[in-house]
Design a protein around this ligand. Sequence first.
Ligand code: ASP
Length: 604
Amino acid sequence: MPQADWQRTVWCGEVSEEMAGRNVTINGWVQRVRDHGSLVFVDVRDRTGVVQVTCDAARAPEAFAQARELRSEYVVSVRGTVRRRAPDAVNPKMKTGAVEIEPSRVLVLSAAKTPPFYIEENVDADELVRLRYRYLDLRRPDMQRNLVLRHRFVKAVRDWFDAHGFYEIETPMLTRSTPEGARDFLVPSRLQPGSFYALPQSPQLFKQLLMVAGLERYVQIVRCFRDEDLRADRQPEFTQIDVEMSFVTAEDVMTQIEDMIATALRAVGKDVTTPFPRLDFATAMARYGSDKPDLRFGLPIVDVTGIAAQTEFGVFREAVARGGVVRAIVVPPGAALSRKDLDGLAEEARSRGAKGLAWLAFEADGLRGPVAKFVGGAAAALQERLEAPAGSVAVFVADEEAVAAEALGHLRLVLGRRLNLTKDAGDALLWVTDFPMFEWNAHEGRWEARHHPFTSPVEEDLPLLETDPARVRAQAYDLVWNGVEIGGGSIRIHRRDVQERVFRCLGFTKEEAQAKFGFLLDAFEYGVPPHGGIAFGLDRLVMMVAGAESIREVIAFPKTARGGDPLTGAPAPVDPRQLEELGLRVEAGGPAARAAGRGRNGTA
Ligand code: ASP
């Protein structure tokens, strides 16, 4: 095809001093126009950057006249000669700041209305407006950088998987309800009125079937859908890096996958060291009060239950007598906690269910604080156990174990922020392993799978399935980065009998299990390799690499917190004829309130 005479010969951001004297054509958007009388400066932007076009009334009257008509965001083609700027006109802040283009022709390809916000870095516009005019928002360099970063990261991920023998295989979007524990998005079937597809919450069962099918190594960068009330960093549709492998142990998955993550991070300029440390769930909860501990800093939680029981402090003694624990965090000297700070920390602890917070200051000449007089002879043992240096302050929670862990885990993060321990602390990636298989849902009075029902229990815990589900450990692992869970997976059950026992534990009758997951159970009768996998939330990963505040900053067309798209107006009512075709009727008074609530579907 012949080149049209307005088409670019060079990108705006790539015009350089070496091109001085050359005739070029640029295409792009008008960033701004500065009219200095007989001189008009036009900055033209494309995705590579900005270059200045300098129009002189005397030297090129026609182009000058054309340039004066330009407005911001007009789409133009400018032909002209590259020249070096006079030394006093060089702009060192601009990549192309040493050059400019003297135009021979300025052509408007498309005019533009005044945009609702400036097309520039760090724009201070309301997010709804940004989303309503997303095509303008995405013109901004920071948004373009994020999308390019996302592309590079995904490319590196795909390259790694390709080099390691994985096949990318698509799985259906219109499918049956899948068991990740959230509410499904449903799609009515026109051809089978009254029946519905569900959009996949993850390709979990399909990727397992691909293992039964002998594909051995599967990956998919895949859109998943979960109809949840959106918390700050969730989207109803999001992207996973979804992986499954055959004939592997948990160890194999972790070793390979950490190489993948480290390689992809390096490809976008983030150097992390492998192997990542491992921490079992019980230790993570005891030491850091979290199953996704932020290990960029220390401040470990220390158990002092035994020593606390020997003090005269009623709160400690009672908690221990009731079977609870006493645990503490030592705040290092120099933190200069005031009474008011300590009251604030107590408030934080209460917000996580603790009844209160006790504190002790370890001074060079003894203990200080309201509890000090009750500690008596236990002071030395306490200080030793806590490894508390002079000048430090220990904060204590005495409560049920789970409450103490949660409250102190929260305080640890609050203190980490307050003491600025995460700043310049580098990156901390780790695996958390050996999760409990089940979680008690007190509300519904039944066990739920903590990961999902296809996760394999640790072999030696199988007998506990019928006797003590609380103690069954799962062959599950999460990858945690700076206190954020970025991925999680497990070795799967590959035996029909074990799968049926787990379903039974979760309260499914044999018939219910067969009705919902019969296709998987049936497949398990035709030769199943031991298999396991993992999935990563891609949006969050890219957000963290980009240093962005929200996943919406790394998604081209995200939804608002209410699941809406201000650009297209989705979701929207549909034509009554469409409903009729589907055999559906919308009841007056809005969505059926009675329909809310998680059924058995959402087991895991
Ligand atoms: N399907 C799981 C999820 O989406 C991940 C996995 O077990 O591979 O969370």
